[in-house]
Design a protein around this ligand. Structure first.
Ligand SMILES: Nc1ncnc2c1ncn2[C@@H]1O[C@H](COP(=O)(O)OP(=O)(O)OP(=O)(O)O)[C@@H](O)[C@H]1O
Ligand SMILES: [Mg+2]
Length: 278
């Protein structure tokens, strides 16, 4: 049993440590974001723990500063960061306060890679960052073109920035698409299924980038193992979304049944259009 005074001193010291860290975080906020306006949004949106994580990542050299938000969704914000070597990185921060996660838990439950999950809001945000990181790694190792994942910590994921001079590459719907784009996506989905053993689960013209004519798949947070009980159903939905977009652009598409067989390597059979929207 420690002496009471000793414990008081310990308490006092840890309180002091907390104040020092809190001050450092405040200072670091100023360093992380140079733009005044962005900074106040930043402080409003993110909790202290997220700021601490960003601070620690920046200390570890993952980025020197953040240049501003590329996108602010309901579940995550993506920032354009710059690392020590002046290379651009994308920093995706999952929002701890988002209420939308619960609706998407079915992309985790049933995936044998994630058996134990924390269901509190920080736990879920951290799970999405970890899951997206792992999915990107698995996809990259299989030869799928994705933004290279650099690191993750807590609810923050750092990956290569896809674009030039800090301008992100256009998403598929912002470009003029060709038959060869369609074929390239099919090839990538096949690799994803057969080698990475994953289904993306959120394929749409909004989650595919095109840089110098090259197709890059991203936004892998929802991706599931092909062993997930609903993996094939999700794949069919991805195929439906893909075909719907390309048909609208006047490109002749392969039937959904054939595409399912081609991507999954499973026997061709009649499939029902799910009609599911993202
Ligand atoms: N690695 C990257 N390089 C460049 N831009 C990126 C990168 N990752 C994401 N972005 C940009 O940020 C946007 C949002 O990213 P992402 O789709 O991963 O997040 P999200 O929160 O799921 O968004 P949404 O709900 O809009 O799908 C993308 O549409 C893209 O413009
Ligand atoms: Mg997206």
């Amino acid at each position: 049993m420690k002496h009471l005074r000793e414990r008081d001193e310990e308490g006092e010291q840890s309180l002091q440590r907390f104040h020092v860290t809190a001050e450092r975080v405040d200072r670091r906020d100023r360093v992380l974001l140079k733009n005044e306006e962005e900074r106040s949004v930043f402080e409003e949106v993110f909790d202290r723990q997220t700021l601490m994580i960003l601070y620690s990542m920046s200390n570890n050299g993952l980025f020197s500063y953040l240049n501003g938000a590329i996108s602010s969704g309901k579940e995550a914000r993506v920032y354009w960061g710059v690392d020590e070597k002046n290379a651009n990185v994308a920093v995706k921060i999952y929002l701890v306060a988002s209420s939308d996660y619960k609706k998407r838990l079915h992309y985790v439950v049933g995936d044998p890679r994630f058996r134990k999950i924390r269901k509190d809001s920080r736990g879920i945000a951290e799970l999405w960052a970890r899951k997206e990181f792992i999915n990107l790694q698995q996809a990259e190792m299989a030869g799928v073109r994705v933004p290279h994942p650099r690191a993750f910590e807590g609810n923050v994921l750092v990956m290569d920035f896809v674009g030039e001079d800090g301008i992100r590459a256009p998403r598929l719907y912002e470009t003029k698409v060709t038959k060869s784009d369609y074929e390239s996506i099919i090839r990538q989905l096949r690799l994803l299924y057969s080698k990475a053993k994953l289904v993306h689960c959120d394929i749409s013209e909004f989650n595919i980038l095109k840089l110098g004519g090259e197709i890059i798949l991203f936004d892998f947070g929802s991706g599931v193992s092909i062993e997930h009980p609903s993996a094939d159903e999700y794949l069919k939905r991805d195929i439906g979304n893909l075909n719907r977009f390309f048909s609208k652009q006047g490109i002749r598409t392969i039937t959904e049944e054939k595409l399912f067989a081609r991507i999954s390597g499973k026997r061709e059979r009649k499939i029902e259009a799910t009609g599911a929207e993202q």
